[in-house]
Design a binder for this molecule. Structure first.
Ligand code: 2IT
Length: 445
């Protein structure tokens, strides 16, 4: 490791003890940008990197609610308002029992550069709760969302901080959160994105993360004069992101053969298409958090407790959660002839897996690949400000162009040779420059 990176990381670790996901995200980022900062002393002098790793504000709050039995439950809520140099804080809310400060800080930190890459005016933020939706009733989910917003409403607003969904927060939860915000503020504004299309939501927002990821991967393949046509694709997860990927991959002539959940993975050799894709939405809404139901319904083999990376494929797309693909998985993928690892989940690959995949296959990081989700959130904000709705074609056209531009920016800053691009470096530096320059312009604040 570079000496400057080492010294910097020691300070980050000392100041943020135990936050291992946050350390991981900062280290990956710092290894890319440190050489760039050394070459551009204006960033070094203004201590831009030291300022960037410190959230502007981190809010932690109590979320009490009453379950169906009448018992009182207490969860912890968070909102990390990380960086507002280029726009209001923007980023999702994650409701999952694994949620803690480290995870939300890593997500908020990555969100800064992802949002910058979209070229839209959005700062970086993230929030959520350790709430576990598994086995909860519809009314319990509603009461939890309402209690969460009873505190969050003081900290957010359409020009301050605009949350959206993430794991465990979809259209249903956004609806309950929005309803309570509107009641408390007596204002109908675009304070959240991912809203229903009848009340301010944007067409294509549900599809955007998956579509955008496939558009980005198509650009990577195009560099090699290749495409999705005829490709076998392994996908992990079964939620909104995996769903959008499956739709677009089918449209482009590829075949998705796996889905996964915390319980294991399913292998569907006929390909996941048509009603099978629609069934993914039912699994999500059931609050069961498992894919074995799919195996039973469609008669596909189910591998309990295993990850889909052992299946032979051309393209692997982790769409579930952080660190779901490690070095050993990456080695198996390469050995089985996989040519491309497209990280769709945030930090879906461990750092050594990402480096290995960059070297031996092709790899692109989540903050570039999955930026289509937040990009269409940005377009939802624009439509809300104008009090207008664009057609699906119009939104999709913008999304496609934004993903092409992000790919181009990654190539610009990440090209290592005629036929090799380091997308980690490209995405990090391209995302950094815009935010760093805005911070310089705005002084020491
Ligand atoms: O990780 C992400 O970019 C999201 N969960 C979406 C954030 C957003 O504001 O749409």
């Amino acid at each position: 490791m570079d000496e400057n990176v080492k010294v910097f990381m020691e300070k980050v670790m000392e100041k943020n003890p135990g936050e291992k996901e946050f350390h991981q995200a900062v280290q990956e980022f710092t290894e890319s940008v440190m050489p760039f900062i050394e070459k551009n002393p204006k960033y070094k002098k203004a201590k831009i990197l030291e300022r960037m790793v410190e959230p502007e504000r981190a809010i932690i709050f109590r979320v009490p609610w009453v379950d169906d039995k009448g018992d009182v439950q207490v969860n912890r809520g968070y909102r990390i308002e990380f960086n507002s140099a280029i726009g209001p804080y923007k980023g999702g809310l994650r409701f999952h029992p694994s949620v803690n400060l480290s995870i939300l800080k890593f997500l908020g930190f990555e969100q800064i550069f992802k949002n910058s890459l979209t070229s839209l005016p959005m700062g970086g933020g993230k929030g959520g709760s350790d709430f576990n939706a598994r086995g909860k009733s519809e009314m319990e989910i509603m009461r939890f969302c309402q209690s969460f917003m009873m505190e969050l409403f003081r900290h957010v607003g359409p020009n301050t901080d605009v949350p959206a969904g993430d794991i465990g927060v979809g259209g249903r939860e956004i609806g309950y959160l929005f309803g309570m915000y509107k009641k408390l503020r007596n204002e109908f504004t675009g304070v959240l994105t991912g809203k229903g299309v009848n009340w301010g939501g944007s067409l294509i927002r549900p599809e955007a993360t998956g579509y955008g990821a496939v558009y980005f991967a198509s650009e990577m393949l195009k560099l090699k004069s290749d495409s999705f046509k005829g490709k076998i694709v392994t996908v992990s997860g079964f939620g909104n992101v995996a769903w959008g990927c499956a739709l677009k991959i089918n449209e482009l002539g590829g075949k998705v053969v796996t889905l996964s959940g915390p319980d294991g993975y399913i292998y569907d050799i006929d390909g996941i298409k048509g009603e099978k894709i629609e069934y993914m939405l039912e699994m999500r809404a059931s609050n069961n958090d498992r894919v074995e139901d799919f195996a039973k319904k469609f008669n596909a083999p189910f591998y309990a407790g295993k990850k889909p990376w052992e299946v032979k494929c051309d393209i692997a797309m982790p769409c579930a959660t952080q660190n779901e693909l490690d070095l050993n998985d990456a080695k198996i993928l390469a050995k089985n002839g996989c040519i491309l690892v497209v990280e769709v989940s945030n930090m879906g690959c461990t750092y050594d897996a990402a480096k290995f995949a960059t070297e031996k296959m092709m790899y692109a990081p989540g903050k570039a690949v999955n930026a289509g989700g937040v990009a269409v959130s940005g377009l939802e904000m624009s439509q809300n400000s104008m009090r207008m709705n664009w057609t699906a074609e119009e939104v999709d056209k913008h999304l496609h162009q934004i993903m092409k531009n992000i790919h181009e920016a990654c190539v610009k800053y990440g090209r290592v040779s005629k036929d090799k691009v380091d997308y980690i470096k490209g995405a990090n530096i391209a995302g950094f420059v815009k935010v760093a320059d805005a911070m310089l312009d705005q002084g020491i604040v």
